[in-house]
Design a protein around this ligand. Structure first.
Ligand code: FAD
Length: 418
C-alpha cells in the first residue's frame, strides 16, 4: 500500500522499561539468526541516561531477581551503572500498632532463601535507558514518534504516527497505563481510582538504611523507605487524596516532621533532598491482553498498587513471556502475529497476574487502611507469617520474582540465548 514507510515484523509502541526490554529481547534473539525479525520501536520521549555522578532520581523501583535476569537477557544490565544501584538484603513490614524493632514486625531476610539480596533499588530511567541502548546496539530501530491510530488487517497492522504510516505483522502495546494501543484496538480495561496519591521524594535519614526496605502500614495508607546507593532513601508514601493535599501543602520542615512521625522514627530524623512529586494511584486490568495481531504488556495491560513493588517486575515478565511465545512461533516458520502464540501468551500471563493483583488489592484494603475486624485479623496474620520460616520463604520467593511459571529469560538470564 502506498504511503507505508516500513514493513516491520514486530512494532513495539512505547519505549518505557517494559517495551524497550521486549524489543531488545526479540531483536537480540534473532539478530544473528538465519531468519531474523525486523523490530521497530516507537518512543516519542526517549530520556537521556543519568550522568555517572548526577544525584539519584526520585522515581525508583525495586527490581526483582527475575527482572535482573530478564534485563541481562536483553543485554541491558551491562549498561546499568552499578554505583547507582543498591542491592537490598532485607524487607521490614510492620503495622501502625507495632514498632519496627519489635519481634512481631515482619522481617524478610534474603538469607532465609540462601540469597545474597532480594533485588536492587534503581532508578526507572537507568533501566529504561539501558534497555533502549541494548535494543539499538543489537540493530533495532527507535522512531521518535507517537502512535495516533491503528488499522488491523488480516495480514498486517497499519499504524499511523505523527509523520506517516508504519506497517507490521505484530503490534505490541507497551504504552503505559493510558494505552492508546489498548483503546485503538478496542480492548476493554477495568479501571478504578484508589482515591490515593503516592508522594515520592529522596531523603537523608539520621540512621543508615541498613540495606533494608522499610514499609509501614498506616490507617491512611503505606509508607515505604527504599534504600539507595548513595546512602539516602527513596520514600513512597501512598495516602488518601485529602491527606496527600495536606502533606504537599506543608513546607519542607513540617513535611519532614510528618514523615518522622509516620515512620515511627525508624531511621531517625529525615531531611528532604529532592522535590516531592505526587502520582495518582489507580488499578487497571485489561479484560483481554491480546487482539488480532496485537498484544499488550506492562502497564498497558495491568496497573497494580505500588505497595507490593511489583508493577514493573510483572511487566518485564510479560515482555519475556511474549518474546518467548513469539520466538517459538518464528523459529517454527510461523507468522509472529498469528493468533496461537498470542493466545498462549495471554493464558500464561493472565493466570499468573489475576490472583496476584487481587492479593495486592486485599493488602491495600485490609492492611494499609486497617480499622475494622478484618484489618485486625490481617494484622494478626502478619505475626503468624513471622512465626513460620516456610511462609516467609514463600513471600521471599515472590519478592525475588521467582514464583510461578517463569519465562526462560527469567530463569536463565544471559544464558537464555545459548
Ligand atoms: C509511586 C510508584 C512506585 C512504584 N514502585 C515500583 C516498584 O518498586 N517496583 C515495581 O516493580 N514497580 C513499581 N511501580 C510501577 C512501575 O513504575 C510501572 O509498572 C512501570 O513504570 C511501567 O512500565 P511500562 O514500560 O509498562 O510503562 P511506562 O513506564 O508508562 O512507559 C510507557 C512508554 O510509552 C510511551 N508512550 C505513551 N503513549 C505513546 C504513544 N501514543 N505512542 C508512542 N509511545 C507512547 C511513553 O512515552 C513511555 O515511555 C511504581 C509505580 C508508582 C506510581
Amino acid at each position: 500500500m502506498s504511503g507505508v514507510r516500513t514493513d516491520w515484523d514486530v512494532l513495539v509502541i512505547g519505549g518505557g522499561p517494559v517495551g524497550a526490554c521486549a524489543a531488545a529481547l526479540l531483536q537480540r534473539a534473532t539478530a544473528k539468526a538465519r531468519r531474523s525479525l525486523t523490530v521497530g520501536l516507537l518512543e516519542p520521549a526517549r530520556p537521556t541516561p543519568p550522568a555517572p555522578d548526577a544525584p539519584l532520581d526520585a522515581r525508583v523501583s525495586a527490581w526483582s531477581r527475575a527482572s535482573e535476569r530478564i534485563l541481562r537477557a536483553a543485554g541491558a544490565w551491562e549498561h546499568m551503572a552499578p554505583q547507582r544501584m543498591e542491592p537490598y538484603e532485607r524487607m521490614c513490614v510492620w503495622p501502625e500498632t507495632l514498632s519496627a524493632r519489635s519481634p512481631q514486625a515482619l522481617m524478610f531476610d534474603a538469607a532465609y532463601a540462601g540469597e545474597a539480596n532480594l533485588g536492587v533499588i534503581a532508578e526507572n530511567r537507568l533501566a529504561q535507558c539501558a534497555a533502549l541502548e541494548a535494543f539499538a546496539a543489537s540493530g533495532g530501530t527507535i522512531l521518535p514518534e507517537t502512535l495516533s491510530a491503528v488499522t488491523i488487517g488480516e495480514q498486517a497492522v497499519q499504524v499511523r504516527t505523527g509523520s506517516g504510516i508504519e506497517r507490521c505483522r505484530l503490534l505490541i502495546g507497551a504504552d503505559g497505563a493510558h494505552s492508546r494501543v489498548r483503546e485503538a484496538v478496542g480492548l476493554f480495561a477495568h479501571a478504578h481510582s484508589y482515591g490515593q496519591k503516592a508522594i515520592v521524594a529522596n531523603v537523608r535519614t539520621e540512621r543508615p538504611h541498613e540495606h533494608t526496605a522499610w514499609q509501614r502500614f498506616l490507617r491512611t495508607g503505606t509508607l515505604a523507605f527504599l534504600p539507595l546507593a548513595d546512602g539516602s532513601s527513596s520514600i513512597v508514601w501512598s495516602v488518601d487524596e485529602a491527606v496527600a493535599g495536606e502533606l504537599l501543602g506543608m513546607d519542607g520542615p513540617a513535611f519532614e516532621q510528618a514523615l518522622l512521625t509516620a515512620s515511627d522514627g525508624v531511621l531517625g530524623t529525615v531531611r528532604l533532598c529532592t522535590e516531592r512529586a505526587a502520582l495518582p494511584l489507580r488499578r487497571v486490568q485489561a479484560e483481554r491482553f491480546t487482539a488480532a495481531r496485537c498484544a499488550l504488556i506492562g502497564d498497558a495491560a495491568h496497573v497494580v498498587h505500588p505497595l507490593a513493588g511489583q508493577g514493573v517486575n510483572l511487566g518485564l515478565l510479560d515482555a519475556a513471556a511474549l518474546a518467548e511465545c513469539v520466538l517459538r512461533a518464528h523459529r517454527a516458520g510461523e507468522d509472529p502475529g498469528a493468533m496461537s502464540p498470542l493466545r498462549r501468551y495471554e493464558r500464561w500471563r493472565k493466570s499468573e497476574l489475576v490472583p496476584l493483583a487481587l492479593a495486592i488489592d486485599a493488602f491495600n484494603r485490609f492492611l494499609a487502611h486497617g480499622a475494622g475486624p478484618l484489618s485486625r485479623l490481617a494484622q494478626r496474620g502478619l505475626s503468624w507469617v513471622n512465626r513460620s520460616d516456610e511462609v516467609k520463604r514463600f513471600f521471599i520467593t515472590r519478592a525475588l520474582g521467582l514464583a510461578g511459571e517463569l519465562p526462560e529469560a527469567a530463569r536463565r538470564g544471559d544464558a537464555w540465548l545459548s
